[in-house]
Design a protein. Sequence first.
Length: 238
Amino acid sequence: MQAFKSLAVIGLLFASHVSAHGLWTEQRRGNIEVIYGHGAEDNAFKAQKISGAWAYDASGKMIPVTVERLADHARLKPLKSPAVLAVALDNGMWSQTPDKKWINQGRSQVPGAIESTQTFKYSLAIYQPGAKLPKLDQIKLLILPEVDPLTVGPGRSLPVRVLLDGKPAAGIKLVGDYRNAPNTLSTETDKDGRAEVLVRNEGLNVITAQVELPLKDADVATRGLFTSLTFLGEPHHE
């Protein structure tokens, strides 16, 4: 597990436009929008990069969901109001040229590439208290709450477990308030992948983690993973 610790640090410090952006969802104007950004930034992205979306009711039963691919972002449209929603984005292969420019291709297509990665971004949103979480094997880096996050409340700690490829991951650094303080670390997972993260907001909380894993691949040197867990700190009242 010690290897994960150094990998987590590499992931956090990987300072390029390729991996610096996070992924989460927000409800806006009655729609569930996929947000691709860093902190308060909300950037345009190619909607075809959304590689999957999954919605579930409170009992963990799957709800059909479609992805509306707009000109500059994506919108998720579940058949009915979900208790749990997950989304994935495949950002593709990127290589950095000797003059520090990033190109959306593998290093075999970029002469003299000095860095290369393929990044995947995931988000898990919990909307309804008491929701039963299904198996989420499609989320390769997952922040799994160990109690119902909607019952914790601002100023209290939420116990979580971080899973990497389905296994507990030690030494993963967590950002507790990605929207407002994206560069401020909150805590780090223990040897069993567990940590406690302070719930900071009455409104939307976005807790995140990321790692960079080395690969033996002709086209990319690393696999970058970003993940978020989102929920409201307090129930919404009209």
